[in-house]
Write a protein that binds this ligand. Structure first.
Ligand code: SF4
Length: 190
């Protein structure tokens, strides 16, 4: 089982590294694949690599990653507990929002990762990841992050708990206490 998971992920990462399915292939330095504990029951879903991630080829290694680590630490959690991947695997120029066709082109990779990791709990971080996961699992709910973060939604054989994307705190420091509270809710839920 472990070996087949590893093998399937390696195959997927190989395919991803050469992907040219959308124009983001022209502006990236490298594709950033998922990483973390492949046997975890919890899958964190970010938006896309930023500049630092694009340069280093790793997830959450820039400022948002530092915020993520702090939020997890405050909740007595650590990133090594989770598997993590992004909705979009290549950097979005100037951190602009993803376009519809980019989401359509890229999310088959995330779908495959979810199938391979087969977690019980999905944690989409921020609006775009939550929107995609809600639509994938047929959850109809207005996506207002301040009201849905930290709540549990049930779908098929998954539980979904949206949280704010850690980068939100870089732009809106006033979200600090609500974000700390919701990340602690994740810990309590686990
Ligand atoms: S964003 Fe996704 S679909 Fe587009 S080139 Fe990168 S890996 Fe391929």
């Amino acid at each position: 089982m472990f070996n087949s998971k590893t093998h399937r992920l390696e195959k997927l990462y190989q395919e991803l590294k050469n992907c040219q399915k959308c124009p983001l292939a022209l502006t990236r330095t490298q594709v950033v694949c998922g990483e973390g504990n492949i046997n975890s029951n919890v899958f964190l879903i970010g938006l896309a690599p930023g500049k630092d991630e694009d340069k280093k080829g790793r997830m959450f290694v820039g400022r948002a990653g530092k915020v993520l680590d702090e939020l997890l630490k405050k909740a007595s959690l650590h990133r090594s507990y989770f598997y993590m991947s992004n909705l979009i695997k290549c950097m979005l120029p100037n951190n602009r929002p993803p376009k519809k066709d980019e989401i359509e082109a890229c999310t088959s990779y995330l779908d495959e990762e979810i199938e391979i990791i087969n977690p019980d709990i999905l944690v989409p971080l921020g609006f775009f990841a939550t929107k995609y996961i809600f639509s994938k699992y047929g959850i109809s709910c207005k996506i207002e992050m301040n009201s849905i973060c930290g709540k549990i939604f049930f779908a098929e054989n998954k539980k979904i708990m949206p949280l704010h994307h850690p980068a939100s705190l870089l732009y809106s420091p006033n979200l600090k206490s609500i974000m700390e509270r919701t990340y602690i809710k994740l810990k309590n839920f686990l």
